[in-house]
Design a protein. Structure first.
Length: 259
């Protein structure tokens, strides 16, 4: 099989059928040079795609349906964990904005846009979610339309950096960018991509919120990961506005350094 055929075999599986080609290519690149047959490349690529893109949620989320926010949020590992403290989290992230209208760009959003009802009621939030899994994008857009929410979800790979920058630049200021539990996935496919990515994104936003899981996804145990390199990088390059932990998640709030 040539590369294109291997890719079309990989995405024959429904859960990967709506991923941006760029992400599927990046995953296949990991195995392309191995001396294994094409079927094994397909198998290994699918296993890695699952780990990065689709392992966080129950299958039931994958299709648009008329359910309330709670139904969706409890069916995805990340949003379920945040469910009890969303209001407190959003209050803390948005309280220092004096403006009534705020743009939020949620990168690698999963279905986090469904938590729109937890944004402070005294603000007008323009929400844009960017997510690789097309099915989740459809679910969010369906939910926004049904509930007349000022939000939109876009299907795109975060490896398309120039496209992501274009999306940010179009947003009305002030702009806040969320990168909740997504940088580890990017690092799995391209080492040090978080650094390259943040250097380009942070100057375009008023605030960038990065979060990391502090509990392992499958075992639900506290786990220790050495993120010293990441914190050192942030200290050297940005202004750190806030650093706090809620159950299962550590948040770091970054801003461009004033020169
Ligand atoms: C652990 S989930 C977190 C979802 C959401 N940010 C939250 O915390 O509720 C990671 C999400 O990032 C998405 N993702 C991973 N790599 C991506 C990429 N290269 N481009 C776009 N989305 C990506 C995955 O599909 C998945 O929905």
């Amino acid at each position: 099989m040539d590369k294109e055929e291997v890719i079309s075999r990989i995405i024959k599986k429904k859960e990967f059928s709506q991923l941006p080609k760029k992400d599927v290519e990046k995953v296949l690149e990991k195995f392309e040079r191995r001396e294994i047959d094409d079927e094994d490349k397909v198998k290994l690529s699918r296993a890695l795609l699952k780990k990065i893109f689709t392992s966080f949620m129950g299958r039931k989320i994958m299709n648009p349906k008329s359910k309330d926010a709670r139904w969706f949020l409890l069916r995805h590992v990340s949003t379920k964990e945040r469910f009890d403290y969303y209001s407190e989290l959003y209050e803390r992230l948005l309280e220092d904005f004096k403006e009534k209208e705020i743009s939020i760009l949620d990168l690698g959003s999963g279905i986090n846009g469904v938590s729109y009802c937890f944004f402070p009621k005294n603000k007008k939030i323009n929400y844009v979610g960017v997510e690789a899994v097309g099915q989740l994008v459809n679910v969010m857009n369906f939910y926004f339309k049904e509930n007349k929410i000022n939000g939109i979800a876009i299907s795109k790979s975060l490896f398309e950096l120039e496209e992501i920058k274009k999306i940010i630049k179009k947003l009305k200021k002030p702009r806040i960018v969320f990168l909740f539990k997504v940088l580890d996935s990017l690092e799995m496919l391209k080492g040090d991509y978080s650094k390259e990515f943040l250097k380009e994104i942070v100057p375009l936003a008023d605030k960038v919120v990065v979060s990391f899981a502090t509990k392992s996804f499958f075992k639900r145990e506290k786990f220790k990961v050495n993120r010293k390199w990441f914190f050192d990088f942030c200290r050297e390059n940005f202004h750190i506005l806030d650093n706090f932990e809620f159950p299962g998640e550590n948040y770091l709030v970054l801003k461009k350094r004033e020169s």
